[in-house]
Design a protein around this ligand. Structure first.
Ligand code: GDP
Ligand code: MG
Length: 166
């Protein structure tokens, strides 16, 4: 199995931490940042069963910045061209401007989206449930997975769901 995936989310939600956890546990080959014409390949995770290529979506990493038309286009194209979008959020926040921006972009693409609620080690279950509810009211997701990227909780489940989807 193989596929292209992008991890998106506001700054500090834990994108890099999740990436590091996946790399630390699972991979035999890492390839960092070779440029393709349009997208940046961050990392390749491979073993006997799968090859997962992670693509960077720069325009969506910094939604606070005013984006040039080119950056917008790159971001949108990336979302359309990958096989799966992993969208990471904090466990305890209302939907602010950054997430609103991302949700707007996601509405326009047909690519499957997994909503990943990270840092579940930091808040109560009820708060996580409320956050999930808030986001589900705005957009439908193919999977909703609470994790702690830092502690590794549920990261394996996430990876299995990713591989299933490829
Ligand atoms: P990014 O900007 O989305 O790449 O976020 P980072 O991966 O750099 O994480 C931002 C901060 O959140 C760092 O201090 C991480 O250690 C912390 N962090 C990430 N994941 C978790 C988690 O699951 N639990 C806790 N408690 N902290 C986390
Ligand atoms: Mg990062």
């Amino acid at each position: 199995k193989s596929g292209f995936i992008t991890i998106i989310g506001r700054p500090n939600v834990g994108k890099s931490t999740l990436m590091n956890h996946l790399i630390g546990e699972k991979i035999s080959i890492i390839s960092n940042k070779p440029q393709t014409t349009r997208n940046t390949i961050q990392t390749i995770l491979t073993n006997d069963n799968y090859q997962i290529v992670f693509i960077d979506t720069p325009g969506l990493h910094k939604p606070k910045h005013k984006l040039g038309e080119y950056m917008m286009k790159v971001a949108t194209n990336t979302l359309r061209e990958v096989d799966l979008i992993i969208y990471i959020i904090n466990p305890d926040e209302n939907i602010g401007p950054g997430d609103k921006y991302i949700l707007e972009q996601l509405k326009d693409v047909k690519t499957p989206v997994f909503l990943v609620i990270n840092k579940i080690d930091t808040v109560k279950k009820e708060i996580i449930a409320q956050t999930i509810e808030n986001f589900k009211n705005v957009l439908q997701f193919d999977e909703v997975i609470p994790i702690s990227a830092l502690k590794g909780d549920n990261v394996n489940t996430l990876l299995n769901l990713i591989v299933d989807k490829l």
